[in-house]
Ligand binder design. Structure first.
Ligand code: FRU
Length: 487
C-alpha cells in the first residue's frame, strides 16, 4: 500500500496506524479529554473491533495509548467491542471501586458475529481509564437481538439513577433504561419511530442543553445516526425528559438535521467537560479513497447550544472554542487578519501569504451587497479547473460545498454538491471554513448550519482564495495556517 501523507490531517484526530470509525466513551477526567474509538488494531479496514484510546488537554495534541478494550476471542465465540460510553462512577454505585477510588465504567455493545447477536456489556477500570476488566456477569442487557446497540449512559440526579439510551436499529427506536448500579437495568420507555426512518438507527444519545444561554431553561436533545441514502446522516430531536420518557416537542414527522454533508456520523458528546460545555465529536465517514497507514478520522469537536429562532428552537454548533481560542498559538503566528476589503471576482490568499498546504482555518464575513454568490475556493490547482468551492448562493438562500471539480476527471458517484438552507443576517453571511488535508468542514452563520465532507486534492491542488460573483464587502477575514498545529 502507498503512504498518503498529503491527506493526513494536522489538527484532527486519527489513530497513528490502522482503522477507526465511531468515537466511544468520551469522558473528561483529571483535566484530560479521553477519547476511545472504534478501532481495528491489526488492519487498515473495519474488523477486530476494539476500543482504541487517546487523551488530550487541548483537543489538538493527542497522546496515543494502548488499546483499552480488545476484542474477546474464545473457542466458539468472537466478541467485538462495538460503540458505547464511559462514566465516572463517583459514588461507587457499581461496587467496582478499589481502595476508595471511584471506578470508571464502560458500557458498550458486545457484537457476536457467529451468534448474530448484540447485547450490552460493562467493564470497569481501576487505573484511570487505561485498561478495563470485564464484569463477570455480562451481558447486562440481552434481548436476543441481532441489531441492538450503542448504549450511551449518564447520571440523572433527580431520580438518582443511571440512564441509558440504546438503539433498536431496525425498529427505528431508542429504548431508555434505568439502573441504580450499572448492572441491573430496567426498561423505562421507548422513543420512535420519528423523523427520518428509511435507514437503521444507531448511536443514540440524550443530552441537556440550556436555551439561549439561560441555565434555568433546559431542553433535552436526542441525537440519532442513521446511515445515508437521501436522508440526513444524523438527526436530532428537541424535547423534555422527566427521568423516564423523552417527549418530542416537535411533530413526529419533523426532521432536524445535524450536519448537511455526507461525512459527520456516530457523534456523541463529552458531558463533563470544563465550564459545563457540551462538546460533540463525530466520525468523518465516507472516506472514498484509501489512505495509509491510517483510515478514518474524527471531526473537529463542536460546542453545542440551543437557540430560539423564528422557526423554533434550533441546535447551534460551532468549532469548539477550546480550539478556536488557541488558533494564534497553534498557527505559530502564521495568520492573516483583515477588515473591509471590497471584492469583485477573486482574492488570492495562497500566493503572497503562502497559505498553500491545505491545513487552514478561515473565518470570513461577507456583507453581500449586490453579489449573487460569495465564498471561498480551496484545494485549487492553479492553471486548471480543479477546485472545491465553498459558497453562499444569495438567490437560492443556500450554503454549499461544490466538489464537482475536486479532482480531474471526477468520476465520483456521491452527491457532489452539498447544500444547507441558510439566510443572511442583515445582509451578512459568515463562514468558518476548516480545511485539513482530507477533510472540509463548513460552519455557516456562527454555527447555524454545518456541512462536513471528505476531500482528496492532488498534492499540488492547494490554492485558496475568496470569490464574489458581483460586488461584495468582506467585513472581516481571518486565516490561520495550521500545518504545524500538531508540533
Ligand atoms: C456506527 C456503527 C455502530 C456500531 C459500530 C461498529 O458506525 O455501525 O452502530 O456500534 O459502528 O463498529
Amino acid at each position: 500500500e502507498t503512504a498518503t501523507p498529503q491527506w493526513r490531517p494536522t489538527y484532527h484526530f486519527t489513530p497513528p496506524t490502522n482503522w477507526t470509525n465511531d468515537p466511544n466513551g468520551l469522558i473528561y477526567l483529571n483535566g484530560e479529554f479521553n477519547l476511545y474509538y472504534q478501532h481495528n488494531p491489526f488492519e487498515n479496514k473495519w474488523g477486530h473491533m476494539s476500543w482504541g484510546h487517546a487523551t488530550s488537554k487541548d483537543l489538538i495534541h493527542w497522546k496515543h495509548l494502548p488499546v483499552a478494550i480488545p476484542e474477546i476471542l474464545s473457542k466458539d465465540t468472537t466478541t467485538w467491542i462495538y460503540s458505547g460510553s464511559a462514566v465516572l462512577d463517583k459514588n461507587n454505585t457499581s461496587g467496582f471501586g478499589l481502595n476508595g477510588q471511584a471506578p470508571i465504567v464502560a458500557i458498550f455493545t458486545a457484537d457476536q458475529p457467529k451468534q448474530k447477536k448484540e447485547s450490552q456489556f460493562i467493564a470497569y477500570s481501576n487505573d484511570n481509564a487505561l485498561s478495563y476488566n470485564l464484569y463477570a456477569n455480562n451481558p447486562v442487557i440481552d434481548l436476543q437481538m441481532h441489531d441492538f446497540r450503542d448504549p450511551n449512559v449518564f447520571w440523572y440526579e433527580p431520580t438518582k439513577q443511571w440512564i441509558m439510551t440504546v438503539a433498536m436499529v431496525d425498529e427505528h427506536m431508542v429504548r431508555i433504561y434505568g439502573s441504580k448500579d450499572l448492572k441491573k437495568w430496567t426498561k423505562l420507555s421507548d422513543f420512535g419511530p420519528a423523523g427520518y426512518t428509511k435507514n437503521g438507527w444507531e448511536c443514540p444519545s440524550l443530552i441537556p442543553l440550556s436555551v439561549d444561554g439561560d441555565p434555568t431553561r433546559v431542553k433535552w436533545v436526542l441525537f440519532v445516526s442513521s446511515g445515508g441514502d437521501h436522508g440526513p446522516l444524523m438527526q436530532y430531536y428537541i424535547g423534555d425528559f422527566d427521568g423516564v420518557t423523552f417527549k418530542n416537542n416537535n411533530p413526529t414527522d419533523k426532521v432536524l438535521t445535524v450536519d448537511y454533508g455526507d461525512a459527520f456520523y456516530a457523534a456523541i458528546a463529552w458531558r463533563d467537560a470544563p465550564g459545563n460545555k457540551k462538546i460533540l465529536l463525530g466520525w468523518l465517514q465516507n472516506g472514498r479513497k484509501e489512505t495509509y497507514p491510517w483510515k478514518g478520522q474524527m471531526s473537529i469537536p463542536h460546542d453545542l447550544y440551543l437557540k430560539t429562532t423564528d422557526e423554533g428552537l434550533k441546535l447551534i454548533q460551532i468549532p469548539s472554542t477550546i480550539i478556536s481560542n488557541s488558533l494564534s498559538k497553534l498557527s505559530k503566528g502564521k495568520k492573516l487578519i483583515k477588515e473591509d476589503i471590497s471584492l469583485t471576482g477573486r482574492l488570492d490568499l495562497s500566493g503572497n501569504n503562502s497559505f498553500n498546504n491545505n491545513a487552514n482555518w478561515l473565518d470570513v464575513e461577507f456583507n453581500l451587497g449586490d453579489a449573487k454568490k460569495v465564498g471561498v475556493i480551496v484545494a485549487e490547482k492553479m492553471g486548471s479547473d480543479q477546485k472545491i468551492t465553498v459558497g453562499y448562493d444569495v438567490i437560492k438562500k443556500e450554503l454549499y460545498v461544490d466538489c464537482t471539480r475536486s479532482e480531474s476527471g471526477n468520476k465520483d458517484t456521491r452527491n457532489l454538491i452539498q447544500t444547507a438552507p441558510m439566510r443572511s443576517v442583515n445582509g451578512v453571511v459568515r463562514m468558518q471554513v476548516l480545511i485539513d488535508k482530507s477533510s472540509l468542514e463548513v460552519f455557516g452563520n456562527s454555527g447555524e448550519k454545518v456541512i462536513s465532507t471528505m476531500i482528496y486534492p492532488n498534492k499540488d491542488a492547494t490554492g485558496i482564495s475568496l470569490f464574489s460573483d458581483g460586488k461584495t464587502m468582506v467585513r472581516s477575514l481571518k486565516v490561520w495556517d495550521l500545518n504545524n498545529a500538531n508540533k
